[in-house]
Write a protein that binds this ligand. Sequence first.
Ligand code: ATP
Ligand code: MG
Length: 356
Amino acid sequence: MAARTLRIGLIPGDGIGKEVIPAGRRILEALPASLGLKFEFVDLKAGFETFEQTGAALPDETVAILKNECDGALFGAVSSPSTAVKGYSSPIVALRKKLDLYANVRPVKSVLTAANPIDMVIVRENTEDLYVKEEKTYDTPEGKVAEAIKRISQRASSRIATIAGEIALRRQKIREAGSPSIHKGPLVTITHKSNVLSQTDGLFRSTAREALANPRFKSVAVEEQIVDSMVYKLFRQPEAYDVIVAPNLYGDILSDGAAALVGSLGLVPSANVGEGFAIGEPCHGSAPDIMGQGISNPIATLRSAALMLEFLNEEAAAAKIYAAVDANLEEGKLLSPDLGGTTKTEDVVQDILRRL
Ligand code: ATP
Ligand code: MG
């Protein structure tokens, strides 16, 4: 079999991004040769430190190389200054726009032997809703009033529901290939608040329904749930969810809530996905409080590398990384301090590489 070469941009960014992204590179390099995958890596700059050095948080060169030369990327973290700094804005937000990475995908998984096991993916629409940031404030005789636009389009709702359906099918394939799971079949839960917002969330709901009614999703069960009751059930009965698809704001809130259920931000990966391109990104930030001590948990990044591979259609390689990470967690002997252990980043990485 001819080897496929994937060119991956590495953007460590700030803080512990610099500690965990090298681990992501190593796990990709350590994948067995039998998978027929080769990697080329390109080191790229972005972040607050880059801003201080060059005046740009996201240099044009980084965007151009990602666009023109890379198949995917791993992004570490960027520190957000506590007070607004003139000219600085988040490079990952800018990247999502420039590369049209319309889906934010967050798998949240606990060890499956937990009392309330969790194995879900939240698929968050990433381009519209209240995040179009069209706000205004005006004066009235009773005082100031502020308004924000919540924009929902058929196009964005349809493509996010479609990718959620595809993710549900792929998760089922990975299960059928032998990956243990708490779910029997693929399920997508559409979440919204169309009982109150009948036009905006109503459009999201009906469009998502329609997209998921496509015959290629006939094996996928589709249900819907109002977002507030969903939060309740998410905390009481998280095992009920497989794939959740949500507009931007609800997706943002649900994904942080779900991450809290598994105990540490250091475990939770994400991917920013567009047409034929994916950036893996741990959900945590730059964690300045633990930077430089060699104790950051690399698992969110290792899982993000696997998630990126899923979107590059390399499911077998992704499954190997997931299995190695899960085995480390199930054994529970070599855990980083955020999980209650005493193991250093390097030794967690070594253990997972050995299991690979
Ligand atoms: P930022 O402004 O970059 O988001 P932050 O101060 O909000 O930084 P986060 O990275 O969001 O920090 O982390 C929140 C908490 O979780 C911190 O106490 C941090 O140490 C911890 N944490 C985050 N990621 C990890 C990790 N990979 N390993 C261990 N602990 C982590
Ligand atoms: Mg943070």
